[in-house]
Design a protein around this ligand. Sequence first.
Ligand code: PMT
Length: 218
Amino acid sequence: ESSQLLKGKRVLVTAGGTLERIDPVRYITNDSSGKMGFALAEAAYKMGAKVVLISANTQLKVLQGLENVCVKTTEEMYEAVLSRYDEMDMVIKAAAVADYRPIKQYDKKIKKSDDTLTITLQKNPDILKKLGELKTNQFLIGFAAETNDLEKYALEKLKNKNCDLLVANDVTALGSGFGTDTNKVNLYDKMGLIKELPLLTKEQVSEQILKMAASKMS
Ligand code: PMT
């Protein structure tokens, strides 16, 4: 089948959800399991690519043959991705990235006191946006996890972050999004909707995304 479509291509994939500490026992994160990013990394590897998988807080086993870098926070993921960007032909940002982190990290456990507690958050760097700005020849694939107005937000992200392909994920659809073995996505490029995929396994979704990307890469 689509055996060696990415032969010799260097592909970087991010997976999982970044985590931001509040104090030594508490943190902010999201529901990403890493399954989508791992499936993409494995599918790219099977299509002949050299794959770097940058994963955040996942419990999944990495296929032999892939280079894996583990990170925790958004800032760590930013450093890891940016340091490898120059040498890549394709980057796929499947990770769910924490947009904010606590402005202050307490080094001791916060004690219970008042009825309300305020934690001020500070904006994290937008990794994908930075990649879009620094892009030379890389084929850049972004994701958009949305609960509403899927197409509107997908097209906004595609444009703002200068992506070549955007995978729009309706995370409210049954069997789709965080934690599941299946996913339902639509693919967009600068011209608009290019493919509406049915509910598929994350492996099948990955093959479809990579085939589309391979056909569009120069
Ligand atoms: O891991 P699973 O359990 O399998 O779930 C898969 C998934 C739902 C996490 C995945 O399919 C998905 O949709 N990933 C993107 C989640 C996300 O963070 O979407 P977003 O719309 O908030 O971000 C848009 C894009 O910008 C993403 O490519 C994201 O990686 C990137 N981003 C966002 C914020 C930020 N500070 N830096 C970024 O690079």
